[in-house]
Design a protein around this ligand. Structure first.
Ligand SMILES: [Zn+2]
Length: 164
């Protein structure tokens, strides 16, 4: 079975037992999560979030990029979220390379200029979480957000640790 056939099949099973078709649009817990895209980090499960309860924005490294900020502003201003949670994790691929390394690899591979592509690789997961919190806190359009907190998820134990 191809991956596409697999997901179509799984969705058929999902829709047969689906009962949450009438939920309101705004997230009921008023939480927006910005998390790394790592496949081992099932954000909903890890944080005990259920359908309709939170926005989850994900990218490589859980970085507060312009696009993540765009989503957070929509989440807050139009859909009423009041708390932001940044989630990173142990064993993150973002600490395994430097932006310049990846720029060089794909620049040579595709014979194209990559100097304007920022990958946001980092050296410390903890520092990265702190930097994202700081960045989110600096956005004037998110100044009414009640709290911006950060956690590191341990992929080997399933525990989260708050970054203070
Ligand atoms: Zn990661």
């Amino acid at each position: 079975m191809s991956q596409l056939e697999y997901i179509k099949n799984e969705n058929k099973k999902h829709s047969e037992i689906f009962k949450d078709g009438n939920l309101p649009l705004p997230p009921s817990r008023k939480i927006a999560v910005l998390a790394c895209m790592d496949a081992r980090l099932l954000v909903d499960q890890v944080l005990g979030l259920k359908i309709g309860e939170a926005h989850i924005i994900r990218n490589a490294g859980g970085i507060a990029t312009d696009d993540a900020i765009r989503s957070l502003i929509i989440s807050h201003e139009l859909l009423g979220t009041k708390e932001i949670i940044v989630v990173n994790h142990t064993n993150c691929s973002m600490v395994t390379f430097k932006d310049e390394d990846l720029q060089k690899i794909i620049s040579e591979k595709y014979n194209n200029d990559t100097t304007n592509i920022r990958f946001h690789a980092f050296e410390s997961v903890e520092d990265n979480v702190k930097n994202q919190i700081k960045h989110i806190r600096s956005v004037p359009f998110l100044s009414e957000i009640i709290s911006v907190s950060g956690f590191i998820y341990d992929v080997s134990t399933g525990n989260i640790t708050q970054v203070s």
